[in-house]
Design a protein around this ligand. Structure first.
Ligand code: SF4
Length: 234
């Protein structure tokens, strides 16, 4: 595991216990948690110990729930699904926050115990997706297709970055694509920020977006309205 946030309010409904798992197969240019990339850098634990810790916060999170984030929780599917399974046994709401770069077969096992999927769609255009993350977005789209087929609730998240994804034409195309999914309950536009920049120095990697500005409030609002205009709940 990477870390824990015991009163998370943005990664799913209500007050949540958010467990950040270590390890991510992507290398997003704007990542604010590059210290979570290497699987071997985290703290070793097991699903029972994590669950016991979750239980100590039960009275605070019983109307919210538990979210697994990262890194990427789909990189450790057995660990993730066992934590979620234990939570489901006692009736806690469960969410998984992922960029979806995982094999569908393994993901399905995690989704079995997941009430809500928080799915990052980095870019619809594969070339751009590779530029941002180093990988194709095909697997994330396959996971979204699967969620649609089983009516699994999804909140999509999309980061807008000037010079990369802050393009109103591309945003309209993405909104059009997302609006075809009944399983999507919410589509959030997240403005790029540089709060994790200092961590890149810490891991000895170059932060190539240091001269990229954050989107203005007007730009962010315009992007959100493009999503809303296609019927997406923002
Ligand atoms: S998916 Fe998330 S944790 Fe992984 S590199 Fe991208 S922003 Fe960082």
């Amino acid at each position: 595991m990477h870390s824990v946030e015991t009163f998370g309010a943005v990664d799913g409904p209500g007050v949540r216990y958010v467990l950040f798992l270590q390890g991510c197969p992507l290398r997003c240019l704007y990542c604010h948690n590059p210290d979570s990339w290497k699987l071997t850098d985290g703290k070793k634990t097991d699903s029972k110990r994590v669950f016991d810790d979750i239980m100590t916060y039960y009275s605070f999170i019983k109307y919210g729930g538990v979210t697994l984030s990262g890194g990427d929780p789909l990189l450790q599917p057995e660990f993730s699904s066992d934590i979620l399974r234990r939570c489901k046994v006692i009736g806690l709401h469960t969410a998984v926050d992922t960029a979806g770069f995982a094999e569908l077969e393994k993901t399905i096992k995690v989704l079995e115990y997941t009430d809500l999927l928080l799915l990052d769609i980095k870019a619809l255009e594969d070339e751009l997706c590779r530029k941002i993350t180093g990988q194709s977005g095909e697997r994330a789209r396959a996971i979204l297709d699967y969620c649609e087929s089983v009516s699994k609730p999804v909140w999509v998240r999309h980061v807008i970055v000037p010079g990369l994804t802050l393009d109103y034409e591309m945003l309209a195309k993405l909104a059009e694509y997302l609006s075809g999914f009944k399983c999507i309950e919410k589509a959030e536009v997240i403005p790029f920020h540089k709060m994790g920049e200092y961590k890149w120095e810490g891991i000895g990697s170059e932060y190539t977006l240091k001269d990229t500005p954050a989107p203005t409030e007007e730009e962010t609002e315009k992007a959100r309205q493009i999503f809303a205009s296609k019927g997406l709940k923002i």
